[in-house]
Design a protein around this ligand. Structure first.
Ligand SMILES: Nc1ncnc2c1ncn2[C@@H]1O[C@H](COP(=O)(O)OP(=O)(O)OP(=O)(O)O)[C@@H](O)[C@H]1O
Ligand SMILES: [Mg+2]
Length: 301
C-alpha cells in the first residue's frame, strides 16, 4: 500500500493552511504532530476527499483519489475531529448504518459491529442511545466506526481527545495492533499518543512539513542537547532564565529540571557549575525544541 501526498496547498483567505505538503506513506502508523492551527485537519480533509486542495494531488497505490472516487472510500476508515453523530441511534444501530454505507452484507455487518464494539470496549453500552453516552464513550464509538469494513487506510483526527489515561493506552495499543498491512495516520498534538507506536513522525508547522523521520532519528537530532540538572529552590529561577526547560520534578529534598540546550549553547560552556547528567532525547523534547515559540506551558513554581 502506498499513499502519496504530492505538493498539497490550501489557502483560506490570507491564511496558508497548507503550504506545498508532500510525503509518501507505506504500511504502518504515522504520527502527524503539530500545534493547534498548524494544518493537520485541513490535510486530513483533503486526503479523505472531504474538501478540495488548491493545488497538488493525492495518489493511493499510484491512482489519483479523485479518479478512484467511491472505490477509494471503500478503502478508507476516517474518524473526524468533530462529529455530529445521531443522538437517537443506539451504538449498534449507528455502527450497522456505517456498515451499510460501506456496502457490507447483513451477516458481515453483524460480525463487524460486535468485533469493533469489543475492540473499543463498548459492548456494555451497545444498546444505549448515543445521546446518553459519555464524551469518552462517543469518542470510542467514532473510532469504532472508522474500523468497520476492514479499511486499508485509517485516518484518525485527535483520536484520544477526552479519553481517560487507561482508555488512552488501550486505544493506542489497539491502533498499533491494527497497523499491520494498513496505513494509519494519527493527527494529534499529544506526543505520547504516537511516540511509541509511530513508524514515522511528520511534524507540521504553519502548513509546512518541517520534519519527517523515524522517532529514533528525530531524537538523535537532539543528541547532547538534553540534560537533567539536580538543584534546589534557590537556583531554580536562574535555571529557568538560562535554558529552555522541558520539565520540573520536585521531590522532598531536591528539584530535577529537564533542560534543552539551544543551537548556540553547548555542554562544556553552558552546563558548568551544575550537578547534571546527559539524557537521551524523547520525541516530546523534539516537539518542544521545534515548537518553542508556540508553547503555552506554564510551570507552577
Ligand atoms: N473552513 C475554514 N475557513 C477558514 N479558515 C480555516 C478553515 N479551516 C481551517 N482554517 C484555518 O486553517 C488553519 C489550519 O487549521 P486546521 O484545522 O487544519 O489546524 P489543526 O492543526 O487541525 O488544528 P487543531 O490542533 O486545533 O485541530 C488555521 O489557521 C485555521 O484557522
Ligand atoms: Mg485539527
Amino acid at each position: 500500500m502506498e499513499l502519496k501526498i504530492n505538493g498539497i496547498s490550501k489557502q483560506y483567505g490570507s491564511i496558508k493552511a497548507l503550504d506545498n505538503f508532500s510525503a509518501t506513506l507505506t504500511d504502518g502508523v504515522y504520527g502527524l504532530l503539530g500545534p493547534n492551527g498548524s494544518g493537520k485537519t485541513t490535510l486530513i480533509r483533503i486526503i479523505t476527499d472531504s474538501i478540495n486542495s488548491d493545488s497538488g494531488e493525492i495518489l493511493f497505490n499510484g491512482k489519483d483519489i479523485k479518479e478512484l472516487g467511491v472505490s477509494f472510500r471503500s478503502f478508507l476508515g476516517y474518524m473526524p475531529q468533530h462529529h455530529g453523530i445521531y443522538p437517537s441511534f443506539t451504538a449498534t444501530q449507528y455502527l450497522s448504518y456505517i456498515g451499510s454505507l460501506k456496502a457490507l452484507g447483513k451477516n458481515e455487518i453483524h460480525q463487524q459491529v460486535l468485533y469493533v464494539l469489543k475492540a473499543v470496549n463498548l459492548l456494555d453500552v451497545a444498546n444505549r442511545r448515543i445521546g446518553a453516552l459519555s464524551g469518552g464513550m462517543k469518542q470510542r464509538l467514532m473510532l469504532a466506526q472508522a474500523l468497520i469494513g476492514n479499511p486499508k487506510l485509517i485516518i484518525l483526527d485527535e483520536p484520544t481527545a477526552g479519553l481517560d489515561p487507561k482508555e488512552r493506552i488501550r486505544i493506542r495499543n489497539l491502533i498499533s495492533g491494527f497497523a499491520l498491512n494498513r496505513i494509519v495516520i494519527i493527527a494529534t498534538h499529544v506526543v505520547s499518543d504516537v511516540e511509541y507506536i509511530a513508524k514515522e513522525i511528520m511534524l507540521i508547522q504553519k502548513g509546512r512539513l518541517i520534519y519527517h523521520d523515524t522517532p529514533d532519528r528525530l531524537c538523535k537530532s537532539l543528541e547532547n542537547k538534553v540534560f537533567e540538572i539536580e538543584t534546589d529552590e534557590e537556583n531554580l529561577d536562574k535555571i529557568l532564565s538560562q535554558y529552555e526547560v522541558c520539565n520540573i520534578h520536585k521531590s522532598t529534598d531536591s528539584i530535577i529540571v529537564r533542560i534543552l540546550l539551544n543551537e548556540n549553547q553547548n555542554e562544556q560552556r553552558d552546563m558548568c557549575g551544575y550537578d547534571y547528567k546527559r539524557i537521551r532525547a524523547s520525541v516530546e523534547d523534539v516537539y518542544l525544541s521545534v515548537f518553542d515559540e508556540e508553547r503555552e506551558t506554564e510551570f507552577v513554581k
